[in-house]
Design a protein around this ligand. Structure first.
Ligand SMILES: Nc1ncnc2c1ncn2[C@@H]1O[C@H](COP(=O)(O)OP(=O)(O)OP(=O)(O)O)[C@@H](O)[C@H]1O
Length: 733
């Protein structure tokens, strides 16, 4: 393979042993260089029974790494899978637990709970807690009692926000290695005031642990907690595991959390051959997880750690690089007297002019920016221009990146209206719901319900030929389902009025009925799991959808093993739960496939999901102050206006209360600090967005949404000034 290392990359590839930190800029080739280094070390250094362990943050990166290392090894004439193992933190943890089965704390055959089921359990427990502590729950509220708003937001709090808060706190407690019963008592006997927000989280956590243990289930956070415990409590065991790995590499180190770091140190063992690569300016997962970019920043400054920076990137045009570097300068200056430092002073350099793969060099200044009068105008403009770009040049890729998913849906609708095509990055939602199969199964469990038959037509037959839906509607006006599908005289054309039989579509309609009758007969003869496979084949599912259907059949089979007397209706009643399991499977399938932008379609992605990807043209919209906060008095999404002032950011308050009882540290401004963190993260989010673009970039915002006034984000206005100046000076040249 032709790979000519650039300055910075070269030094990393000379690594032999010890601790190395590689801070890098976007597009510097982090994955490429780590893969190359792994292949080099496997070839020259590794003993037969040893491996390199590569820990990455996302499932999607695992396949990518394997492929790249495999390619480099193959180029050296070595077997593609020799000498390395790529894992996420969770798969690593699972592997460690499996190495010591006797220590599994639950039982030998523990099972992982799926995320959907976990959340439903937590919701149940929250509901139960709310029922028993209703007065306390209301004390958190600062809305006028008995008002319409009070009822509305109490419901929102009880049904959505409270369970989400508890679910996230449970993860937090576990990564802090706390145990439910112990924590509950600590809170109970602490001198926190009675209406503190930590109490419900701790009490529900304790119930949750009890319920999970009874069911023999573990969740993802348990895996990490338990495996760390095993390693820390048993030196010999830790050494045995560490001895398997001659080197430990970490990719995306800016997303590391404390548990992951501890695990890496333990696995690097005495030899301490540890390479961590990351870009703290791209740390954008912190507000959802326990990730903390300071962990990687501190590692870079740690004694005994060599630092090699990779600053060259050939991804973007010089103008886009200049804008990204300006953002770094702006952030340094803007936040110099605040407690935050969103972007480190690390600048992107273009590749040398004689580089075999140089930076793109578009002719003119290709960056634009605009503040639209309202969201409606903005979304229409973006949809139209993005589509035009995608259709005009079928070699270049185009993406629209937005802060939230609902904005993407609205852009998608606009693209649809224009008759264009789009694809959604990283999303498997279209496949998750096996709509066709689910609709048929619903029909087969109650064929007499007229809506069920209509749905079958809409989803299966009428998609291509809507006239089929129309004729069914008309026939159902005077007939019942069973008269159409199972008439006493048998299914026969003559059962239908001449008026219908004369229509061109009638033959097709009749054929559809015959097929449906076949399914009904099959449902009486075949066991449900086989029925699913039969139906999948009949309606012609292929590829990923077929794989999902096979998975559904397996789930049915598993349930039938446990409940041999169950029939189709009982099984279909379990579909919501099964869907969660399948959803995870579908996501894994999507990640394994990897995402590839099709040039003739617009890719739609949230800014978060765009990480690691690149496009020739990038539109970033909705840069308003409610998505990119700058000042303490901007609108902060995580905050609940209907809660008391001191707990309006419940997570931040609960963490501060925990800090207080664990370390006696009184953090006065927990939500102020949470705001600062969020402000910093939003700057990085925009930095990630901007650095996805190769040639063309458009930044926009709006001043109104419906009747709501909106402010363009301060960061947008600052960038706009820079862009406008550059543009006018490039015109003069
Ligand atoms: N020395 C090189 N010569 C040619 N191409 C290179 C070189 N190094 C990296 N690249 C290319 O640059 C692109 C970016 O590399 P990679 O995806 O590894 O970057 P990254 O640092 O992980 O990016 P990001 O920070 O945006 O996630 C890839 O297409 C890669 O093949």
């Amino acid at each position: 393979m032709d790979f000519k290392p650039r300055p910075g990359q070269k030094e990393v590839l000379e690594y032999q042993n010890g601790q190395l930190a590689v801070p890098a800029v976007p597009g510097a080739g982090k994955t490429t260089v780590l893969a190359h280094l792994a292949a080099e070390l496997i070839d020259t250094k590794l003993k037969n029974d040893q491996k390199i362990l590569i820990v990455t943050y996302m499932n999607s990166a695992v396949a990518n790494f394997r492929k790249r290392i495999g390619d480099f090894l193959a180029a050296k004439g070595l077997p593609r899978s020799r000498g390395y193992s790529v894992k996420t933190l969770h798969s690593l943890a699972l592997g460690i637990i499996k190495e010591k089965p006797e220590a599994r704390l639950i039982n030998q055959e523990f099972e992982l709970i799926e995320s959907g089921k976990r959340y439903r359990w937590i919701k149940d427990l929250c509901r139960k807690w709310a029922g028993e502590n209703n007065e306390l729950l209301k004390q958190f509220f600062n809305l006028e009692k008995n008002s319409y708003r009070f009822d509305k937001y109490l419901k929102k709090w009880e049904e959505e926000d409270f369970p989400a808060f508890v679910a996230s706190m449970i993860s937090y407690f576990k990564l802090k290695l706390l145990e439910g019963e112990e924590l509950k008592n600590m809170v109970k006997y602490s001198n926190l005031k009675s209406a503190n927000i930590l109490t419900p989280a701790a009490e529900i956590f304790s119930e949750y642990e009890f319920r999970m243990a009874q069911a023999g289930l573990l969740d993802f956070d348990d895996l990490v907690q338990q495996s760390l415990k095993l390693l820390k409590e048993d030196n010999e065991f830790a050494e045995r595991i560490a001895a398997q790995y001659a080197y430990v590499f970490e990719d995306e180190a800016q997303d590391s959390n404390q548990a992951q770091e501890e695990m890496l140190y333990l696995l690097a063992g005495e030899e301490n051959n540890l390479v961590r690569v990351g870009d703290s300016n791209q740390a954008i997962t912190g507000t959802f997880t326990l990730s903390d970019p300071d962990i990687f920043r501190s590692y870079c400054k740690k004694e005994g750690v060599r630092v090699e920076t990779m600053a060259v990137s050939s991804r973007s045009s010089q103008d886009i690089i200049d804008l990204a570097n300006y953002l770094v300068d702006w952030s340094q200056e803007e936040f110099s007297d605040r407690e935050i430092d969103p972007l480190e002073a690390k600048y992107i350099k273009a590749a040398a002019v004689d580089d075999p793969a140089p930076n793109p060099q578009p002719k003119d200044y290709r960056i634009g920016s605009k503040a639209f009068k309202d969201w409606k105008t903005e979304k229409k403009f973006i949809a139209k221009q993005a589509l035009r770009k995608a259709e005009e040049n079928n070699k270049e890729t185009t993406a629209v990146l937005m802060p939230t998913g609902w904005q993407l849906e609205e852009i998608a609708r606009e693209i649809n209206k224009l008759g264009g095509e789009f694809q959604i990055a990283g999303s498997s939602s279209k496949d998750v719901f096996l709509t066709e199969l689910e609709v048929i199964l619903k029909f087969l469990t109650s064929p007499a319900a007229s809506d069920n038959l209509k749905l079958v037509f809409i989803e299966i037959f009428g998609k291509e030929k809507p006239e089929l839906n129309q004729i069914l509607e008309e026939i159902l006006e005077d007939n019942q389902n069973h008269e159409i599908i199972f008439p006493l005289s048998g299914l026969n054309r003559d059962n239908f009025d001449l008026e219908f039989r004369k229509r061109e579509i009638f033959e097709e309609f009749f054929k559809s009925l015959t097929q449906i009758q076949g399914w009904l007969e099959a449902s009486m003869e075949l066991p449900p799991d086989e029925l699913v496979l039969f139906l999948a084949e009949r309606i012609g599912l292929t590829g990923k959808k077929l794989a999902l259907a096979q998975n559904l059949a397996l789930e049915f089979g598993r349930l039938l093993n446990e409940n041999p007397a169950w029939r189709l209706d009982q099984l279909t009643a379990e579909l919501p739960e099964i869907r969660d399991r399948i959803k995870q499977f579908a996501e894994t399938l999507t990640e394994m496939e990897g995402f590839e932008s099709k040039p003739d379609q617009v890719t739609l992605s949230t800014l978060h999901k765009a990480k690691g990807m690149e496009w020739d043209t990038v539109f970033i919209g909705s840069l308003t102050s409610s998505h990119f906060q700058h000042d303490n008095d901007d609108y902060f999404m995580g905050e609940k206006f209907y809660l008391n002032e001191e707990i309006k950011n419940p997570k931040a308050s609960a963490r501060a209360e925990l800090e207080y009882i664990l370390n006696e540290k009184k953090e006065r401004n927990a939500d102020y600090k949470a705001r600062q963190k969020l402000i910093a993260e939003r700057v990085r989010l925009l930095y990630v967005g901007i650095t996805r673009a190769r040639r063309n970039l458009f930044l926009s915002t709006h001043k109104k949404h419906g009747k709501w006034e909106k402010d363009p984000a301060f960061i947008f206005s600052s960038l706009k000034k820079f862009i406008d100046e550059k543009k006018s000076s490039s015109r003069k040249e």
